[in-house]
Design a protein around this ligand. Structure first.
Ligand SMILES: [Zn+2]
Length: 426
C-alpha cells in the first residue's frame, strides 16, 4: 500500500514537474533577458512565484493550476486576466475553484468546420501592416521612409522614394488574398495604406480626436494632470513619439485580440542600421523575425506587463510563435534568396534580443510581441535600403489578382502565406 502510494505520488509529481519544467524552459529560453529576472521569478517543485522589485512574493502559480490558468489567459480579455491574477495573489485554488474556473472558459478558437476544398476554413489570421505614413510630411514625423538619389553622379534623377507603410499594407493585402482563397478569415488592422488603426491620418487624428482622447484619459485618471498638460502643449512630432505611437500600437493589438486569431502576423520591412541616415544604398541584406520574450526586471515593474509575462510563461504561445517564425524566416530566405541574420549581424540583435534557438528568430519585448494574445511572427523580411531591393520595391509592374505590386513584395507575401499555411495545417 505504502509502495503504491509512493508510486502514485511520484507520477503526480512527475506530471506537475513536467508542466513546471515547460514553464522553466520558456523562462530560460525566451523570457529571462540575460539573467535580469533571476530575482523576480522563483521556480520550486510545485509552485512558481513572481516577486516584486524588493523580493516580496506577489503571485503564486501552483503546478495543478497551470493548465486552467493558461487556458483562462488565452481565452479571456486583458481586463478579465488582470482581475483574476490580481485577486489570486498567493492563494492556492481548491479543486472546486479550478473546476469552476475551467467550466467558465469558452474556447473561441476551436475549429469545428472542415472543408477539403478550403483547407484553412475555420481559421482566423490577424495582420498588422506596420506604420502609417505615406507622404513626406507625416513620414518626417514617423521616420519610416527612404528618400534619396541612388546614384547622384551617373544618374542624378534616379530617386528612391519608399514608405514602409505602403510596402507593409501592400504585403498584407496579398497575404490576405492568398489566405482567403484557402478559406481563412483575415483581419487587417487598418483599412487603407495611408491610415493608422483609427482609420485616419495622424493629422486628422490631431484635428479631430486628440483633445477628446487626452481629456477622457485624464478623467479616467490614466493620465496624471502634469502628463496631460505637457502632452497638450507638445509639438505634433513629440506627441507622436511620447504618446500616439504606443496609443496606436495598443489599439492595433486590441483589434487583433478581439478577433481571437489563431495566428497573428506583424509585417515590417527592415533597413541596415549601420546605413543611418539612409541617404544611400547598402550592400547588406538579411531576413529575420521577432517573437515575444526578453523581459527585463524593469519591465516587470509595470503591473500590466506582469499579466502579459504570466500569459507568455504559462501558455505555449512562445513555443508556437517560434515554430511559426522559423517557418517564416526559412520561406523568406529561400524565396527571396537572402541570408538569415545571426545575432552578430545587427547591434539590436545582440543587445536587445535573445536568440530563440531557431535560425533568424529572436525574442524581443516589442509592444506588439507582448500585447498580442496568439502565436505570432513579427517579420522583417528584407532590407529596403539594399542596393537591389530599393529599386525592385519601387516597381509597380506586377498585377496579382487585381493587386498592383512588384516581384519582391509578392515573394515576401508568399513566404508569409506558406509559413502560416504549414503552421496551421500541422
Ligand atoms: Zn517597421
Amino acid at each position: 500500500m505504502t509502495k503504491l502510494f509512493f508510486v502514485f505520488c511520484f507520477i503526480v509529481n512527475f506530471c506537475f514537474a513536467q508542466t513546471i519544467t515547460q514553464c522553466k524552459y520558456r523562462f530560460d529560453n525566451y523570457l529571462n533577458f540575460k539573467g535580469s529576472l533571476n530575482n523576480r521569478v522563483q521556480f520550486q517543485n510545485d509552485v512558481i512565484y513572481l516577486l516584486n522589485a524588493k523580493g516580496k512574493k506577489e503571485t503564486a502559480i501552483y503546478a495543478n493550476e497551470i493548465d486552467v490558468l493558461a487556458r483562462f489567459l488565452t481565452h479571456n480579455s486583458f481586463v478579465n486576466q488582470q482581475k483574476l491574477l490580481q485577486n489570486k495573489g498567493l492563494k492556492k485554488f481548491t479543486k472546486l475553484q479550478r473546476d469552476s474556473l475551467s467550466a467558465k472558459i469558452i474556447d473561441k478558437r476551436k475549429v469545428v468546420s472542415q472543408d477539403k476544398n478550403l483547407p484553412l476554413k475555420g481559421f482566423r489570421v490577424a495582420i498588422d501592416p506596420g506604420h502609417t505614413a505615406v507622404n513626406l510630411t507625416d513620414a518626417q514625423i514617423e521616420q519610416k521612409f527612404l528618400y534619396f538619389v541612388k546614384d547622384s553622379i551617373l544618374n542624378p534623377y534616379d530617386t528612391i522614394k519608399l514608405f514602409e507603410s505602403v510596402l507593409t499594407y501592400n504585403t498584407a493585402q496579398l497575404v490576405q488574398k492568398m489566405l482567403e482563397e484557402q478559406g481563412a478569415q483575415v483581419l487587417i488592422t487598418r483599412n487603407k495604406h495611408s491610415n493608422n488603426s483609427f482609420n485616419c491620418h495622424y493629422s486628422a487624428w490631431l484635428a479631430n480626436n486628440k483633445k477628446r482622447v487626452l481629456d477622457s484619459l485624464k478623467t479616467a485618471k490614466v493620465l496624471p494632470n502634469s502628463k496631460y498638460n505637457s502632452l497638450c502643449k507638445m509639438s505634433d512630432r513629440d506627441l507622436f513619439w511620447e504618446f500616439f505611437r504606443d496609443f496606436d500600437l495598443n489599439n492595433r493589438a486590441k483589434i487583433m485580440n478581439d478577433f481571437n486569431p489563431h495566428v497573428s502576423l506583424i509585417i515590417h520591412y527592415n533597413v541596415d542600421e549601420k546605413n543611418e541616415p539612409w541617404k544611400q544604398v547598402s550592400k547588406k541584406n538579411y531576413t529575420m523575425a521577432f517573437i515575444g520574450g526578453a523581459f527585463t526586471s524593469a519591465n516587470l515593474d509595470k503591473p500590466e506587463n506582469r499579466i502579459h509575462f504570466l500569459r507568455l510563461l504559462l501558455t505555449d504561445q512562445l513555443d508556437q510563435s517560434e515554430k511559426l517564425a522559423a517557418n517564416s524566416v526559412n520561406c523568406s530566405s529561400k524565396n527571396l534568396n537572402i541570408p538569415v541574420a545571426s545575432q552578430f549581424d545587427a547591434g539590436y540583435l545582440k543587445d536587445n534580443c535573445l536568440f530563440s534557438g531557431s535560425a533568424g528568430v529572436f525574442c524581443r519585448n516589442l509592444n506588439m510581441c507582448r500585447l498580442i494574445n496568439s502565436p505570432l511572427v513579427y517579420g522583417e523580411s528584407l532590407y529596403q535600403d539594399n542596393e537591389f531591393e530599393c529599386v525592385a520595391l519601387m516597381k509597380t509592374d506586377v498585377n496579382y489578382k487585381n493587386i498592383i505590386t512588384n516581384d519582391r513584395t509578392l515573394l515576401v507575401a508568399k513566404s508569409y502565406y506558406q509559413a502560416v499555411f504549414d503552421f496551421l495545417k500541422k
